[in-house]
Each structure stands twice: as structure tokens, then as C-alpha cells.
Design a protein around this ligand. Sequence first.
Ligand SMILES: Nc1ncnc2c1ncn2[C@@H]1O[C@H](COP(=O)(O)OP(=O)(O)OP(=O)(O)O)[C@@H](O)[C@H]1O
Length: 579
Amino acid sequence: HNNKYECGRHRCGPQGPPIRFPFRLKDKEPLECGVPGFDLTCDHKHNTLIEFSSSVPQLSIKLLVMEIGYETNFLYLSDPENCLASKFLKLINTSISPFQFQFYNDDGPFSISIFNCSPDEQYHFSCPVYVASDESETLLGSNLVSCTKVFNLSTKITGIDSLMKNRLLLEWPKPNCTVCEASGKQCMLKNNGSNAASVECYGSITGPMLTKKILFYIAGPAFGSLLLLLLAFMLFKSYRYFRMKGDQARSAKFLEDYRALKPTRFSYADIKRITNGFKDKLGEGAHGAVFKGKLSNIIVAVKVLNNTIEDEGKDFINEVGTIGKIHHVNVVRLLGFCAQGFHRALVYDFFSKGSLENFITTPDNNDIFLGWDRLHQIALAIAKGIEYLHHGCEQQILHFNINPRNILLDDRFTPKITDLGLAKLCSKDKSAMSMTAVRGTLGYISPEVVSRNFGTATNKADIYSYGMLLLEMVGGRKNMVTGEEGRSHILYPEWAHNLIDGGDVHVHVEDEHDIKIARKIAIVGLWCIKWDPSNRPSAKTLVKMLESDGDKLTVPSNPLTNNSSNSRGCLSLEGKKHV
Ligand SMILES: Nc1ncnc2c1ncn2[C@@H]1O[C@H](COP(=O)(O)OP(=O)(O)OP(=O)(O)O)[C@@H](O)[C@H]1O
């Protein structure tokens, strides 16, 4: 009993049956681990063997233990030489105690025949002796013409057929551990092994067997998983390494392009990485969503375009090439782009203050209002940006969508015109409500762009939009009117003329200097929105007008003078100082 925990820990090989009471691994386990007659051994191939010895040495045989049915008291054997039939002849003449062959209970004895076949026939069989449970049938079926019957046996032993399959079933009546086994416990003889009929249960099978089980069922897979993990880790490391190498190369290329003021082409995977899986969304416009990203320590904004078509993106790349050549302090620079399958993206510098729209407000909104000097600087800088687009490039560039949302501000409130050429880059407009991709944003579109009846669209369309933007900056109101009622105001903003009434600016302004600025911006704005494009100033003139002190600027006439007094778009400024 002291050694009981030494018992039941063995197996000859990973596939072999577990060896526990009443079996014992001879020479490895103490005697009390098993019962006499149940000794097993292992061969050098890790097979489990049982020996049935006889006083006549030639009759002693060793068979392979394939399976031990501890809960059913069955032992499944086979012959390592694959000639179980000949071994069977010896077995029935040998004591196989404590085992017995399985017996029929009901059907009584039956006969078997054992044949010796000529060498010619023997190749059909694994060994010279053939067993048939039904003589004639087997002989006919197998056409054993050159076999001679060597043995006839009338027996109640069942399962003889399985000898042909090299399988023999033995059972042991005692000791009977089925109860212990069924309850997951270990089994041992009572009273120190004096009576094989009487057993008791203790511990659990999983206890002593655990080490083995751990080895075979847990440690094995665990080790395998560990190996897999190690492999995966190494793969991941090398992937990271090559990715890092790739990233470094891309970063180097990007920095090179950046210095050369050239947009870099990125793959969609790059775009994903730059935006960290599109994590930080800055906003969404009519053409797509904008995400914050990082590239070689440069913070970028990535615009992922909607409504793209899958093609080689040649037009897109050409267009991007043109836009990529545009470099001006007041125009957003295109750092890179992506054209892969359906994917189209544009990579720009990131501007922390967002768009000018965030700062369109009345002067009394101290938290947002930028101050008249700064507004003036912004207005002038935008005009310079437009002047560059219209007159400073090889090819005239028309924006067609100047509006406060498309003016971004950097840390020092330097304005940058963005969304350049987007109308051309995008195949279709998503939001028919607020935008017409080719024409611009409602509220900023010039009459001739809305309808060709009013003339042809020229660079003066951008001047019109810019004028609306200036008037918004002064009036502090959003120039977007939606719904049926607002339609006429979009076409011609009467309210803008009310900003300047009789030469005075109708905005809440205290300081003389500020009044001058507000007046100047408003007058320039009004000139820009003249109905006839030819009456609008060019971008060059705009710059001059805004750079002048403004005293000599005349207020343009209001084409709607007759009904302007009851204008629905009138700016309500009650209670504020009229200057
Ligand atoms: N380069 C950038 N840096 C910082 N923010 C940006 C940048 N580009 C765009 N944004 C922000 O992303 C949001 C969406 O911009 P986007 O240009 O797509 O739309 P929009 O101009 O508002 O609309 P639309 O495209 O219809 O004119 C806006 O809030 C804008 O301020």
C-alpha cells in the first residue's frame, strides 16, 4: 500500500495502453502493483507484451497487448508475427490463467478447422495455418485447393474468426475492478493482496496517471502549441522586420518626395497604416471621409474618396500630378495619393485649427471671433492663393468650390485653400442636397455656374464664391440657406447688401480701425458678387483692393435696391451699434 502511488504510472509507448492494476509493468513496478499472471513487458519498439508461459518452452508465447478494457475486463491481443492462428493452437494447450477465452453461453460448441497450405497458396495468407469456422464455406470461398486440414476442433470459444484478423479477445473474471474503474478510482487488492477476489478502490485514476497523461495529452499538445507560438512569433518578428524595412524605405521615399515637393504614391495598405486603420476621423465631406494620420513624424490628413470606379486610375493620377505641382503658402499641399483598385485617397498636411467655417461668427462671440486684423490677413491670404491659382501656374486652375469649409487654418491661422480639383477627381457627387461636385457648394455658386443663361463659367466664378466668403466673414452668418424659401437668396444674397447701408457697415464694431477693416472686406465682397462676371474684380485686383486702406473703395450698387428694404435675408442686428 505504501507503494501504491508508484503504481499505474506506466505505458510502453505513447500509443500503448495504460498499465495499471491488475496489470503491472514487470521489473518497473513493485509486485503489489499487480496480480500474478498480469505481468506485462515492453519491447524495444515500445510495444506492450504479455507472456503465456508453459513448462514446455516451445509452447510459451508472447503476444502484443493492443488494448486493455479495464471497465469490461477484456484484453485484446495480437501476434507480432501476424500468425495468430498457429499461436492459438499453442494457446489452447497452454495455461492462460488468469485469463479465459470468451465462451458462448447459448449456441453450444462449434467446430473450427485449421489447415496447412502448400507454399504456393501460402502467399495468400500471412502464415501457413488457416482457420475456418465453417470449413466448406471457407474452403470454397478461398479456393484452398492445396491446403490440408491439420486440426479439427469442437469448441465453445468465440471470436475465432478474428484470428484471421490477427485479433484475439481474452477476458479475466478476477480481480474485478469494474466498479472502481467506472467511478474513476484506482483499484487494489484488499488485505495486502491475499485474496484476488476482493478489491478496494482508492484515489483516482487521474492521480497517478496524471504525469503520464500530462506527458501524452497535455505536455505534448502544450509543447506543440509552444513550438507553434514560437514559430508564429518568429514569423511575426520577421514580418515586422520586413515591414519596418518597407516602412523605412517608404518613409525615406516620402521624405525625398516631400523635399522635392512631389506627391508620393501610396498603396492602400500604406494608407491604412498611415491612418492607423482609419482610427481618427476628422470629418466627412461630400467626397469622402478625412482621417488624421502620421507619416515620418509628419501629421497628415488623409481624404478617402467615395464613389470611385475601379480602373487603373490614369486620369486620377494625371490630375493628381497636376495638383501635386501646385505650391503656394495659401494652398494646401498634396503630399501623396493612393490609386489602387477602387481605392482613391489624397494625403495632405494636417492643419490643427480645422476649417475657417469654425470661425465664422459675430464679433461679440469672443471665444471664436478671430479679430478684425486677423480676418483681414486671412481674407488677403486667400485672395493671394486664388491669384496664384488663376494667374500663377502654367495652366489656369479654377477651384469652383471656394467656401469656408475648404479654407483650412494652420497653427498661426494662415489660410490654406483645399479640395483643389476634387470636382474633377471624383466621378460622382454623393450629396446632391448641398453640393454639386462640378459646380461647388450652394450659397457660393455664381449665377453663371448655376445656369448657363447667365454666361459662361470663368475664373470669375471663384471670385463670386470668394466674395460670399468675405461677406460671411464680416456678417458672421453662415451662407447656407436650405429649403424652398431660401432658393432666391442663394442665387442672389440680398442680405449681403444690408451689411453696408448708405456707406456704413451694419455690424457690431466698436473700434475705428476695425470699422475700416470690416467696411473694406464687405465692399470687396460686394464687388465680387456682382451679377455680371465682368464687373467682378480679378484675383490680382482683389489683392490690391484688400491691401489698400479701403477709403477710396466705392460701394457697388444693389441690383435689387427696389425691394431690398423688405428682404427676407436681412441681417438682424437690433440693439447693436450701427456705425
Ligand atoms: N488637411 C486637413 N487638416 C485638418 N483637418 C482637415 C483637413 N482636411 C479636411 N479636414 C477636416 O475634415 C473634415 C472634412 O473635410 P472635407 O474637406 O472632406 O469636407 P468639407 O470640405 O467639409 O466638405 P466638402 O468636401 O463637401 O466640401 C472637415 O471638418 C475639415 O475641417
